[in-house]
Design a protein around this ligand. Structure first.
Ligand SMILES: Cc1cc2nc3c(=O)[nH]c(=O)nc-3n(C[C@H](O)[C@H](O)[C@H](O)COP(=O)(O)OP(=O)(O)OC[C@H]3O[C@@H](n4cnc5c(N)ncnc54)[C@H](O)[C@@H]3O)c2cc1C
Length: 424
């Protein structure tokens, strides 16, 4: 039995409750995709559009993981841009231009082509939590403009902040008008519907318990088996599916969101006059935006023990009120959390675990855009165009062969260090 979506603003406002069956018996396909989040559904759709027979195996429900729980911010690029450039040089710079907005384009094309209702709005802003952070923002915009890729970027000087946010906490900002925000669960469900309509077989409640590559790739569930020419491990999986190079690579770290009750229109306009998605410039980021029905969705990390907090509302409310004192006393209708898949290099891990077994994971909080790009990279590779996959396989990732528990404790300590730095 598939677990239902966790209680969240998104689950309460889905516009499609299609239930896909569990896998029973043996099925054959060209490609078997494991995981029904953005990575899996997006890859499946990219492959089916090229005529491949695709099966998706999802342990719970489509969009049940991070893809159906996130902040909905469609952000340009990755947090490890410098590392990608440092490791790949010019080829890395060219790849970065693709990573920045290719996912945006794919999402927008699919929304338009398949009529997916998911509240897409343009406009994303990084706000400077410290005045010294403005120098890096200015340098970034200059570099992007020099590269011919920055016309949609705009610096907001401290004196102009009233125009973009109803908060006194920040020291300036950079706006990216090509990025934006959306309802991620409705996007994922809409893409799944589009994939199913062109023949992708989706199975929910079907956790993969074993898989293998080589001459006869397969994925096995409790009551079924898929044989396929290729397998795609799409996203950070549970232990059953962590093979070879995936061990010690990704460290899931908790992030949490509260959704207020719908705000009166004047209040919503005051706190977010341009309806932008916002993230602050700290290493341990606070992020927020308005929903289509004018709730503030406010997210961030809750603790450094890597255990789920006992009371998400009690932890995030003071942070939200510090940013927007006008929201003191406002009701919080929903609170939920999920795991962000962190890789230490901060460059997504995309490659092959074995012959014919592909993987994609480690988006470090930038997955809405980058999962869609990664899905295309893997679909290209399966179709025979290896250029981008080859580049990702050249990235030297850091693996910690110390088990997930210890690794997570180390990561939590590292995050605490950065949080203290943010605060000083
Ligand atoms: C609270 C939160 C806020 C975030 N905010 C943002 C944001 O604003 N912008 C942004 O770009 N990114 C954000 N992210 C990150 C983003 O959501 C992820 O990077 C992205 O959704 C990853 O997609 P995925 O498909 O790889 O993984 P998932 O969506 O987690 O999908 C993996 C799927 O695999 C399934 N699965 C696991 N094991 C098995 C198995 N053995 N067999 C079959 N299926 C299995 C799971 O059930 C799951 O559905 C956020 C993440 C969280 C948790």
């Amino acid at each position: 039995m598939a677990a239902p979506h966790i209680s969240s603003y998104y689950a309460a406002t889905i516009n499609d409750d299609t239930q896909y069956p569990a896998l029973e018996g043996t099925v054959s396909a060209d490609v078997c995709v494991v995981g029904g989040g953005f990575s899996g559904i997006s890859t499946a759709l990219s492959l089916a559009e090229r005529g491949y027979r695709v099966v998706v195996l999802e342990a719970q429900r489509v969009g049940w993981g991070a893809s159906g729980r996130n902040g909905g911010q469609v952000i340009a690029g990755i947090s490890g841009e410098h590392r990608l450039e440092a490791q790949l040089g010019d080829a890395g710079r060219r790849l970065l231009r693709d990573i920045r907005y290719r996912g945006h384009d794919i999402i927008e094309e699919r929304i338009a082509r398949h009529g997916i209702q998911c509240d897409l709005k343009h406009g994303w802003m990084e706000v400077a939590a410290r005045s010294r952070h403005m120098a890096a923002m200015r340098a970034y915009v200059e570099a992007r403009r020099a590269d011919g890729d920055g016309a949609h970027l705009e610096i907001v000087e401290p004196g102009g902040m009233d125009r973009v946010i109803g908060s006194r906490l920040y020291h300036g900002a950079v706006i990216d008008r090509r990025s934006g925000h959306l309802h991620p669960l409705n996007l994922c469900l809409g893409e799944a519907r589009a994939a199913a309509a062109i023949g992708v077989q989706i199975f929910e409640g079907s956790p993969v318990t074993a898989l293998g590559g080589g001459a006869k790739p397969f994925a096995k569930t409790a009551r079924g088996r898929v044989t396929a020419a290729s397998i795609v491990i799409a996203g950070a999986m549970d232990r059953a599916v962590q093979m070879g190079p995936l061990r010690g690579l990704v460290f899931p770290t908790g992030s949490y969101i509260v959704a207020t009750e719908p705000l009166p229109e004047p209040v919503a306009r005051e706190i977010s006059p341009q309806d932008l998605a916002v993230a602050d410039s700290n290493v341990v980021v606070d992020y927020f935006r308005l929903s289509a029905d004018r709730r503030l969705l406010f997210g961030g990390r809750c603790n450094y023990s890597n255990r789920d907090p006992r009371d998400i509302r009690a932890t995030l409310r003071p942070r939200m009120v510090k940013v927007f004192p006008q929201l003191k006393g406002i009701g919080l209708d929903y609170a939920w959390g999920g795991k962000i898949d962190i890789v230490l290099t901060r460059v997504p891990a995309i490659g092959r675990a074995e012959t014919n077994v592909y993987y994609m994971q480690g988006y470090c909080g930038h997955g809405v855009n980058v999962t869609h790009f990664a899905g295309e990279v893997v679909a290209d590779a399966i179709a025979g165009t290896m250029e981008k996959l080859d580049l990702f396989e050249r990235i030297r990732h850091v693996r910690l062969p110390i088990g997930q528990f210890l690794g997570n404790q180390l990561l939590a300590l590292g995050m605490l260090y950065y949080r203290l730095k943010d605060l000083l």
